[in-house]
Write a protein that binds this ligand. Sequence first.
Ligand SMILES: Cc1cc2nc3c(=O)[nH]c(=O)nc-3n(C[C@H](O)[C@H](O)[C@H](O)COP(=O)(O)OP(=O)(O)OC[C@H]3O[C@@H](n4cnc5c(N)ncnc54)[C@H](O)[C@@H]3O)c2cc1C
Length: 432
Amino acid sequence: MTYKTSDNPRHANSWYAASANDKRVRPQLQGEIEADVCVIGAGFTGISAALELCERGYSVVVLEAERIGFGASGRNGGQIVNGYSRDLQTIAGRYGSDKAVKLGAMSLEGGEIIRNRVATYKIDCGLVQGGFFAAFTEKQVREMAAHKANWEKYGHSGLEMVGKDEVSRYVKTDRYAGGMIDRLGGHIHPLNLVLGEAAAVESLGGRIFEGSRVTGVETGERPLVRTAEGSVRANYVLVCGNAYLSPLLPEIHGRMMPVSSQVMATEPLDAELAESLLPANYCVEDANYILDYYRRTADNRLLYGGGIGYGGHDPKDLTSVIRPNMLKTFPQLKDVRIDYAWSGNFALTLTRIPHMGKISETVFFSHGDSGHGVTTTHLLGKILGEAVAGHAERFDVWASLPNLPFPGGRALRVPLTALGAWWYGMRDRLGL
Ligand SMILES: Cc1cc2nc3c(=O)[nH]c(=O)nc-3n(C[C@H](O)[C@H](O)[C@H](O)COP(=O)(O)OP(=O)(O)OC[C@H]3O[C@@H](n4cnc5c(N)ncnc54)[C@H](O)[C@@H]3O)c2cc1C
């Protein structure tokens, strides 16, 4: 397939793109085709939904504006973090214990879906088990212990508190006052995961088109999805464009905000040095509001992320934002070369809880994992597939949660959210 230069679909210039297992470019949609279901967006949400539907025997077409995994799914920290961006206690307080019990029952499922698919479809994505949450202060340690006790009520038995003197079993730094491990957490090469899942979709007859940006969706009994060169007539449309969706469907885009986060990868480290930094090979995220997250890669790089840009704006020099944080954690890396630095956008909602719902009886959407989406997108994609198949009980639980616009409208939502984040960031810096 050849592309006009302007259509040339691309990946971010990341270590993930450089080390992707599958570099095939899928064709661009040309002409009119039909399917049971048309999915917009080939990230974790869209591909998870497509795979669920293909496994159930539906004919599925996925339309991706750029490449499979082009968005957050192919650029993230690769951390399998269980649960949601708000804990179950907060969910119970806001929406009632019935909702918390229902969401709690699903909160470990995303990780399970990933592990099952990796095993079923033999996906080579460097899956490693185990995650460490790092606390800077005694207050954060106490909050983690409360979080653990609460989560255990919902059946999570993989958590264990780690005292200050045991931190070095997981991270070689003196920054932390303690932490918590999650044995059901872990890490993956996210682009290779989504590429492997996409190949599974294709092995079951699903069709994926790259370089095929959706420019319009006509709702109706049999909705029509248009791209520059073609269209798909389907019984259902699933909108899974997340932070990259704009300007399509402004009615849902206004209820999420793109937020950028930056990641960099060092040169491959000497194996002994890499192991000394993270001896258990767990991934790490800290407990600050604007957090650092990092892990080892299969080729012994340190992949370090952090930083935040409300509205999806990137700093000019990505490395200069992340490298100082890395050196605070690991001063021993001061002479290490940075081979890759990239940025990506996730979708933030006002409630920090994902939104799922219907634009019409035949057009459904899911977005807004608010920074923790590797597991949730797998769960919500599956639930979108279930809803199409007529099993909407779990979809209805998510769709019943409030789907609120950001205060300040399009003009003020970015500065107002940044102001709130500045306040929480300041509290972290002061150790409050
Ligand atoms: C830098 C970074 C680090 C992160 N780290 C972690 C982490 O370690 N752990 C964790 O749990 N979460 C992490 N996240 C969040 C997580 O990556 C996301 O929540 C998740 O990948 C979102 O998946 P998605 O499929 O919903 O969206 P995306 O992966 O963004 O996919 C949306 C796709 O839709 C396509 N699209 C959009 N509009 C159109 C259109 N009109 N036509 C066709 N296609 C369209 C886009 O091109 C894109 O490929 C991180 C996010 C970022 C940005």
